[in-house]
Ligand binder design. Structure first.
Ligand code: C5P
Length: 289
């Protein structure tokens, strides 16, 4: 078997809204979230037919390179389910999406691996079947397969595509600490959630293509829990709004905060200003692959 190299791109997601409706019998939480992919991406190289291929390598020394790496789990699941012999597998990750940041970097890597392998081997799985495989890897992986603007419900794996978000700029800023998703879920006391997003209003704004109305409705129920212990969340939000963002919120279980701008100059200024204090600051646009 001669060696083959596949190239894939994995895009970051942001949550425009996050609501947690309850706890499910399986222990997961019932979610309702509006998601958006943005142009910040990881590059993935998948090598096939390389005897002793060498599993996973990445530009981040602290990332696990064994089965704990979700990109490798995705490839292993694909080959187990199809019975295809890869003849030696190697995965090279060039990470740009910050890790443990609420941007689904790992989930997006897994989705990109599934998509690339399914394409390369002549679509052994239908889109529906691939979505089911993705759901086994993690709650955010089915959304990452679809990308674009979408409503995610259930565990996060039930996806409804939505009208694309109007043209805008995002300033995305990750403070210098990370959070653990299971820990944040555990900390959440469903009875003491003091405010929830107006998801219906946000869906209406998207259908109307009304960016200011959408931005006024961006809201994340996890934010008060994460911001309680860390002043950086409030600091970044405040600075985004002061510099002209139409709205700003935390994404996922945090700690990354983003602001949405309808003006490129203001977005650029805000990004430059925040980057002087927070190195993981990015200026990006929406992305749909
Ligand atoms: O599905 P995934 O493995 O990405 O989830 C990571 C953790 O986040 C789960 O183990 C669970 O603690 C929490 N979670 C949850 N409810 C969800 C999604 C994730 O409680 N809908």
């Amino acid at each position: 078997m001669s060696a083959v190299v596949l190239q894939a791109r994995a895009y970051a997601k942001l949550n425009l809204t996050v609501d947690v409706l309850g706890i499910r019998p399986d222990g997961y939480h019932e979610m309702r979230m509006i998601m958006q992919t943005v142009g910040l991406c990881d590059d993935i190289q998948i090598r096939l037919g390389v005897p002793g291929g060498g599993a996973v390598r990445s530009n981040l020394g602290f990332l696990p390179c064994d089965e704990r790496n979700i990109a490798l789990s995705a490839a292993n699941l694909f080959f187990e389910e199809t019975g295809i012999q890869h003849g030696g597998l190697g995965i090279q990750l060039h990470k740009r999406i910050p890790v443990c940041a609420g941007m689904a970097g790992g989930s997006s890597d897994a989705a990109a691996v599934l998509r690339a392998l399914n394409g390369h081997y002549g679509l052994p799985f239908t889109p529906r079947e691939l979505e089911e495989l993705a759901g086994r890897l993690g709650s955010d992986v089915p959304y990452c397969l679809a990308g674009g603007t979408a409503l995610a419900e259930g565990r996060g794996e039930r996806i409804t595509p939505l009208s694309p978000m109007p043209d805008c700029w995002f300033v995305v800023c990750k403070p210098g600490f990370s959070v653990s998703t299971p820990v944040v879920f555990k900390k959440l006391d469903l009875n003491s959630i003091s405010a929830r997003p107006d998801t219906e209003g946000a869906l209406e704004a998207l259908a109307e293509g009304n960016l200011p109305k959408l931005c006024r409705r961006m809201f994340n129920v996890f934010e008060e829990y994460v911001a309680r212990d860390r002043h950086e969340i409030g600091d970044i939000k405040h600075r985004l709004i002061e510099s002209g963002a139409l709205g700003a919120t935390m994404t996922g279980t945090g700690p990354t905060v983003f602001g949405v701008f309808d003006n490129a100059e203001l977005a650029r200024g805000s990004s430059t200003e925040l980057k002087s204090d927070y190195v993981n600051t990015f200026l990006v646009k929406t992305n749909k692959f």
